[in-house]
Design a binder for this molecule. Structure first.
Ligand code: IMP
Ligand code: MG
Length: 184
């Protein structure tokens, strides 16, 4: 199915950032990350929402000559609902130790900030040497906790978005673009 077909008025999803826009922005983001000079980088992708973003970002990093190690941390705060429960849990931990490492935490959306703050605190407590954070979308809302992203691909309107790895109740992750739900 084409993007046009997916985004026809009956499908209920409208494009916010197209796959072309995302691809272009990721090349710039990879250069920004490279320029920050992080050596022996460990990318920690926060699952599940960041899996598509992280997969594209590490390949963009490769194209600019950065060869990170990659690990995954599965966190949950949203369950099936669209609003944060306010509590973040580890559903699956990293395989690698982070002591003394330069870590880039990669997540899909920075919203209340609780998820990113939780991940940062966790890796700090485990002795990471340096932690930087990178998100696909930065929601333009006040944070519940004091955390900002060092790198962000796009601003995000204060509405629930799906696609490009992001879901509502496990749906829409396969969409190649970031979209908003227009119909339920
Ligand atoms: P925070 O902890 O409130 O900053 O929320 C961040 C987490 O909530 C992200 O890792 C996302 O998985 C999820 N999230 C927040 N807003 C959205 C959204 O609009 N669409 C999909 N997931 C979202
Ligand atoms: Mg997430």
């Amino acid at each position: 199915m084409t993007a046009e077909a997916i985004t026809n008025p009956d499908s209920g999803v409208e494009i916010v950032y197209s796959d072309e826009e995302i691809a272009r922005r990721l090349e710039e983001l990879a250069l920004e990350i490279k320029s920050s000079g992080l050596k022996n980088l460990l990318v920690v992708a926060v699952l599940k929402g960041s899996f598509v973003f992280a997969a594209d970002l590490i390949r963009a990093l490769h194209r600019v000559g950065v060869a990170p190690e990659v690990d995954f941390l599965t966190l949950s705060s949203y369950k099936k609902s669209k609003t944060s429960s306010g509590r973040v849990e580890i559903l699956r931990d990293l395989d690698l130790g982070v002591e003394g490492r330069n870590v880039l935490i990669v997540d899909d959306v920075l919203d209340s900030g609780r998820t990113l703050a939780f991940a940062k605190d966790l890796l700090t407590a485990r002795g990471a040497a340096l932690i930087r954070t990178c998100v696909l979308l930065e929601k333009q809302v006040p944070r519940a906790v004091d955390v900002e992203a060092d790198f962000a691909a796009f601003e995000c309107p204060d509405e629930f978005v799906v696609g490009y790895g992001m879901d509502v109740a496990h749906r829409y992750r396969e969409l190649p673009f970031v979209g908003r739900i227009t119909k339920h």
